[in-house]
Design a protein around this ligand. Structure first.
Ligand SMILES: Nc1ncnc2c1ncn2[C@@H]1O[C@H](COP(=O)(O)OP(=O)(O)OP(=O)(O)O)[C@@H](O)[C@H]1O
Length: 225
């Protein structure tokens, strides 16, 4: 397995609050990693540092050996769902994906946008405006925008938020499929079942430190309930 992403002695503080202190870890390509920790422990800060939305005060983040924390060059290769997805409320789901796709340096065909919506149980032909979407539908559209460009790295902050049981099973299967294609996936979840069903490795964030542990995945948990 090749190393895909490296945190190398990364520190981040906001004013007096030291959120990450000299944090180092690696992600291997084609694996699914979970990150857990109490509210406010620093999970989203880690995701934002990878996505280039925040910069480390100290240390460096490497993707396939290249430093990425002071360049935006990495972003086109990452699919990102952090916090609540922001959509144009008067447009349909498909139209929203088309707008985002048009801003990408690597746009995909419309058929791909329709495909990801269908994979997530959203009707690409529906004219329903996103402002009328339920919480779960918005979340699915957020996952759709994260995966539509075939990312090498998928960063998903609480991807199962608002999803019903069968949708959770659908998303788990989808993520396993991306893993099999070589996508590295880094997700946070407050639900231990998601972690056990999906993750090859688990990070815990506590008091500015990140510790790693291997997750043993019982196959029974991977099967859709
Ligand atoms: N832009 C910012 N300015 C100041 N403080 C920030 C900023 N972003 C995050 N923080 C602080 O950093 C800490 C970690 O926040 P973070 O959002 O990473 O938590 P989290 O682990 O994702 O929590 P949750 O489980 O609630 O989503 C919190 O104390 C938060 O207030």
């Amino acid at each position: 397995m090749a190393t895909f992403l490296t945190f190398d002695h990364v520190s981040k503080r906001f004013g007096q609050e030291s959120v990450l202190q000299d944090v180092s870890f690696t992600l291997e390509q084609g694996q699914i990693y979970g990150i857990v920790g109490r509210n406010g422990s620093g999970k989203t800060v880690i995701f934002k540092l990878i996505a280039g939305l925040l910069r480390p005060d100290k240390g460096e983040i490497f993707c396939q050996g290249q430093p990425i924390s002071r360049t935006n060059a990495f972003l086109p290769w990452a699919g990102i769902l952090i916090e609540s997805p922001c959509f144009l409320p008067h447009y349909s789901g498909l139209k929203n994906l088309q707008v985002l796709n048009s801003l990408s340096p690597h746009p995909v065909p419309k058929a791909r946008l329709q495909e990801v919506m269908t994979q997530l149980g959203l009707d690409p032909k529906s004219r329903k405006a996103v402002r009328s979407y339920s919480l779960g539908m918005k979340q699915k559209l957020g996952i759709a925008q994260a995966i539509m460009h075939h990312p090498s790295l998928l960063i998903l902050d609480e991807p199962m938020n608002g999803l019903d049981e069968s949708s959770v099973a659908q998303v788990r299967t989808l993520l396993q499929g991306y893993k099999e294609k070589g996508t590295t996936i880094f997700l946070s979840s407050h639900n231990p079942e998601d972690i056990h069903a999906l993750c090859d490795g688990l990070f815990t964030v506590k008091a500015g430190q990140v510790t790693v542990q291997k997750v043993v995945t019982p196959m029974a948990d991977v099967v859709a309930p």
